[in-house]
Design a protein around this ligand. Structure first.
Ligand SMILES: Nc1ncnc2c1ncn2[C@@H]1O[C@H](COP(=O)(O)OP(=O)(O)OP(=O)(O)O)[C@@H](O)[C@H]1O
Length: 410
């Protein structure tokens, strides 16, 4: 490190006021020259300091850019196999199982241990050690001890509720029935149907009824999180369920990891394949009468790889369709239970006028009607509010169509 330059002393001269004028003038001139001298030295030091500041600023900018780049570029997940002397470790990258000898910065060397999961960059330099908080599984799983959704909150799909209770709830609450008869309950249940029809609600309601932990993970998260991480996440998902038995594992958007195989052989496809194989092998090695049940859901049944539907896997298929008229009426009643609804509200008529609405759409209709009441300074929601809400939703929908069509043809 360079030492900072010393600051010149302040010039000082005692000038006797009794001196004759010419001698005093001479002394003052000398003092003035000293001052000019010091001023020059200080200016030089100031210029040097300015130069140094600019160089350091350049360095800071470069480090900031590097830092940004490190933050924005993809990181790979690896497991530390061995910590060697000389600040080196052997890591094994997930996914392709490549083993690499890499350096560890002195900042991290004391913290890295064999078995740690770490994020490495393109040059395999360790960027972070994944702890419980940063660990991918903590970021992508939704865990609820006992969800508060009950079967009473679900309308219009009574038959599906019955089937789910039989396939998922009974094996958890009355396993002896299956023992006595000598059959294994279905391994996994697949709920399929359009969005917003109550598939997630169904899974949560079973967890509620059986006092089970609800563990949800989206298929898209499994394949998007970290490269090479999908199969590890699947393993974690089942491990988490085993730690918290009884548990319901709910894999939403299963199509993201179980799409029918295509001809293309990109690395992304291979990654998805590995994740799915891991899921199947977890299910194959599963105690059928155990305390963990698996429910998956999809809106794209036609896209699914049939391999996941084989016996012992997702072998109970339950279609959850859009509600029919009486279903819509039931759902309307459910979603207005806590609303202050006027006597003139005719649910049957509203149900008749909401053909094609999903449960989620009906929930929005009820909320929108409530908004109309608030706008009109009322605390009671009338039939006219529902009609206005319906019109608004239809208008919004048709303007969506216009704008998307406009975009499409531009
Ligand atoms: N059958 C239903 N009865 C009552 N409410 C419903 C029903 N279906 C959907 N809803 C309402 O819509 C919301 C979304 O439903 P849910 O998340 O269960 O749909 P989903 O079928 O899982 O949708 P996605 O396929 O988009 O994940 C629920 O929180 C609920 O308020």
């Amino acid at each position: 490190m360079s030492r900072s330059p010393s600051i010149p002393d302040r010039p000082h001269r005692d000038i006797d006021s009794d001196l004759p004028d010419d001698e005093r003038l001479e002394a003052l001139r000398g003092h003035y020259e000293d001052l000019v001298d010091v001023n020059e030295q200080l200016s030089e030091q100031l210029d040097d300091a300015e130069d140094r500041r600019e160089r350091l600023q350049g360095k800071v900018d470069r480090i900031e850019r590097e830092n940004e780049m490190l933050k924005s570029s993809s990181l790979y997940i690896a497991t530390v196999e061995d910590v060697l002397d000389d600040e080196q470790v052997i890591v094994k990258q997930h996914g392709n199982n490549q083993e690499v000898l890499t350096d560890v910065s002195s900042r991290m060397v004391d913290r890295v241990e064999a078995g740690d999961r770490v994020a490495v960059n393109d040059s395999f330099a360790i960027q972070t050690i994944l702890n419980a908080e940063t660990d991918a599984r903590a970021q992508s799983m939704e865990i609820t001890e006992k969800p508060d959704v009950t079967y009473d909150d679900i309308g219009g799909i009574d038959e599906q509720v019955r089937e789910v209770r039989e396939a998922v709830e009974q094996p958890l609450s009355e396993p002896e029935l299956f023992d006595e008869v000598g059959i294994d309950p279905p391994s996994g249940v697949l709920l399929y149907g359009p969005p917003g029809t109550g598939k997630t609600m169904l899974a949560k309601a079973v967890a509620h009824e059986t006092d089970a932990t609800f563990i949800k993970m989206a298929g898209s998260e499994l394949v998007r999180k970290f490269i090479g991480e999908g199969s590890r996440l699947v393993r974690d998902l089942f491990e988490m369920a085993r730690e918290r038995e009884p548990a319901i594992i709910f894999i939403d958007e299963i199509d993201a990891i179980a799409t029918r195989r295509t001809e293309s052989k990109t690395s992304g496809d291979a990654e998805v394949q590995r994740t799915m194989m891991q899921l199947l092998s977890e299910m194959d090695g599963f105690e059928a009468r155990g305390e963990i049940r698996i429910i998956a859901a999809t809106n794209r049944f036609d896209m699914l790889d049939r391999a996941i539907l084989r016996p012992g896997r997702f072998d109970r298929l339950i279609e959850v369709p859009e509600p029919d008229e009486s279903g819509r009426e039931q759902i309307l009643e459910i979603h207005t239970r806590d609303m202050n609804v006027a006597d003139d509200v005719d649910f049957a008529e509203l149900a008749a006028n909401t053909d094609g609405y999903s449960g989620a759409d009906i929930e929005s209709l009820a909320t929108e009607a409530g908004m109309f009441a608030i706008r009109n300074d009322r605390d009671e929601v009338t039939h006219a509010d529902f009609v206005d809400a319906l019109e608004k939703i239809e208008e919004d929908d048709s303007s969506d169509v216009v704008s998307s069509a406009g975009y499409f043809y531009q």
